[in-house]
Design a protein around this ligand. Structure first.
Ligand SMILES: *Cc1c(COP(=O)(O)O)cnc(C)c1O
Length: 228
């Protein structure tokens, strides 16, 4: 298994490099977040042995347990899943990043509960860019106001936005939705916010996301294999 995680990681890095080359970007402008949800701590150790430091988890309690089991490693943990109010304290105390903030109440709780001895929680706002009705994420028209409010919270540092578009049928379709996300991101910057993170692209669409300006791809299946 160790050879497969490390071989898979090498392949994903190659995909990112080629996707960057295709549009004239330097490959170090795209961060790789390894999404380890449902995978055992041992799989994370294998990825770490192959040089991977940043990991994403969706389910808070599972993530917190894995963080504890891997506390001997210098890993950077990102919360990328939905956050209920009763889980904000766990998130504030255990993660370095959150990509999935979609309402002010959750951001306020995270800021209030971030322990003073830790650096500010690095956060992105999840945007429902393609209007999928059953999905979380702030609506594009409400994004700027939310971003301005979150940027004021003392123990959070607003870094950018995250999107999880519906699976696209074609490369062109995938690129169109990622392009919309890039426009929203640029709009926030034009409005005066200092942002550097456009979190978009997963196993199926990382090339399209990189082509449209993603700075962080979140990849699970291509690194760890299919989930149960
Ligand atoms: C599961 C998940 C991923 C990774 O998806 P893959 O298709 O396995 O690469 C990325 N982002 C989020 C928010 C996820 O829930």
């Amino acid at each position: 298994m160790s050879t497969s995680v490390s071989a898979n990681l090498a392949q994903v890095r190659k995909r990112i490099e080629l996707a960057c080359q295709a549009v004239g970007r330097a490959s170090d402008t795209v961060k790789l977040l390894a999404v380890s949800k449902t995978m055992p701590a041992q799989a994370v150790r294998e990825a770490y042995a192959a040089g991977q430091l940043a990991f994403g988890e969706n389910y808070i309690q599972e993530g917190v347990d894995k963080i504890a089991a891997l506390a001997d490693l210098p890993l950077e943990w990102h919360c990328i899943g939905p956050i209920q109010s009763n889980k904000t304290k766990l998130v504030a105390e255990n993660f370095a990043w959150v990509h999935s903030i979609d309402r002010l109440k959750i951001a306020e709780r995270l800021s209030a509960q971030r322990p003073a001895h830790l650096t500010p929680l690095q956060v992105c706002l999840q945007v429902n860019v393609d209007g999928g009705s059953n999905k979380s994420g702030v609506a594009p028209e409400d994004l700027l106001a939310l971003a301005q409010d979150v940027a004021k919270l003392p123990h959070l540092q607003l870094r950018g936005i995250m999107t999880i578009p519906e699976p696209a049928e074609t490369e062109a379709e995938a690129r169109a939705v990622h392009q919309q996300a890039k426009r929203l991101f640029d709009h926030l910057k034009t409005a005066g916010l200092t942002l550097d993170t456009l979190s978009m692209g997963m196993t199926a669409d990382l090339e399209a996301a990189v082509a449209e300006g993603s700075t962080c791809v979140r990849v699970g299946t291509a690194i760890f294999g299919a989930r149960q």
